[in-house]
Design a protein around this ligand. Structure first.
Ligand code: GH3
Ligand code: MG
Ligand code: MG
Ligand code: MG
Length: 316
């Protein structure tokens, strides 16, 4: 353990150095504040400081304050070695950050006992600090993991879109918000046309690729950050459009239908020779007591109607 002795009196420095060296401590000595700071700057392993109070220029209390302001040194315990014993000076020393004090003339056994006790306390504080830092680190890591997990549990594994769970969660929240604010909410449901024959012709792997392609195209035409594109089922997708009227929703639905059609994904078994979708749109002005499933039902019926009318179209 390294101890820095700061005292303007040479005889005291020598006495302290001798006693401490005999007790097995590494010692460093300074005769004044400037010298002590320069020594600390050099960065030797100082575990404790014995600080004289009365010194010319900067006194021990000021120097202690200065050391305690420095990030690198503030945790080094300071024991004041002082001829002063009046309460005002002791209070100033403690206020400056001193951990303890010893009165002059220094008694060897008291000196060693106080140093031991200060170092024990310091070790305990270091340990506690390390534990707290570790705890903080683990907490941050844990929060990060929870965030990742939450994210994963709301995403569809194939397409990376929001999954059905997220769809339910978001629609419920937005439904409530619509009731509170007296605003509409729209739902777009779409389903790939003749997807079974697509799979039969091109195989399931390419079928999956087709789903992924569509999942990439749709978010580009769904612009508001509050809109949510979801994979609703196997080859069915849904878009939740909060605060959107029937007219606005129809525009979004048509834009989605067009972007898929214009992507020209080959589909030999389809009349048009490319992959298309059928789209159903529904809008609600939710009121207390009205049910989400009514909105989903209407969108579903509209989608069914779009299929019935010949596919590759939008029905409201
Ligand atoms: P329609 O135009 O009436 O929608 O005809 P369709 O053939 O698309 O309709 P249907 O609902 O009968 O078939 C849907 C097909 O979608 C059945 C299933 O094989 C396929 N499918 C559903 N989920 C997936 C998936 O995750 N990957 C692949 N490759 N195919 C899927
Ligand atoms: Mg002095
Ligand atoms: Mg289907
Ligand atoms: Mg289909």
């Amino acid at each position: 353990m390294g101890i820095l002795i700061i005292d303007d009196a040479e005889d005291i420095r020598i006495y302290l150095e001798t006693v401490l060296a005999a007790a097995g401590y590494e010692t460093y000595s300074s005769a004044a504040a400037g010298e002590a700071l320069a020594l600390l700057e050099k960065g030797p392993a100082v575990d404790l400081i014995l600080m004289d109070v009365i010194m010319p220029e900067t006194d021990g209390i000021e120097l202690c304050q200065q050391i305690k302001l420095d990030e690198a040194w503030r945790d080094i315990p300071v024991i004041m070695v002082t001829a002063l014993t009046n309460m005002v000076d002791l209070e100033r020393a403690f206020a400056a950050g001193a951990m303890d004090y010893i009165t002059k003339p220094v008694k060897k056994l008291e000196l060693l006992a106080r140093i031991r006790s200060a170092l024990t306390l310091k070790t305990e504080m270091d340990r506690r600090k390390a534990r707290e830092e570790e705890l903080l680190r683990v907490t941050v890591e844990l929060e990060e993991a929870v965030r990742k997990l939450k994210n994963l549990s709301s995403l569809d594994g194939l397409t990376g879109l929001a999954n059905r769970r997220r769809f339910d969660e978001y629609l419920t929240a937005e439904w409530k918000r619509a009731i509170r604010n007296g605003i509409p909410i729209s739902l777009v449901l779409f389903d790939i046309d003749w997807f079974k024959p697509y799979n039969d012709t091109y195989g399931h792997i390419q079928g999956d690729d087709c789903l992924k392609s569509i999942a990439r195209l749709v978010p580009d035409v769904v612009r508001r950050s509050s809109d949510l594109v979801c994979r609703y089922g196997g080859e069915e997708f849904a878009v939740i459009l909060p605060d959107t009227s029937q007219e606005g929703a129809l525009n979004v639905a048509e834009a989605i239908r067009k972007v898929v059609s214009e992507a020209e994904i080959e589909h030999r078994e389809s009349v048009l020779g490319r992959v298309t979708i059928s789209v159903g749109v529904a809008t609600a002005y939710p009121a207390p007591g009205s049910e989400i499933k009514t909105l989903i039902g209407f969108a579903d019926e509209a989608l069914y109607e779009a299929k019935r009318q010949g596919r590759n179209r939008t029905v409201e």
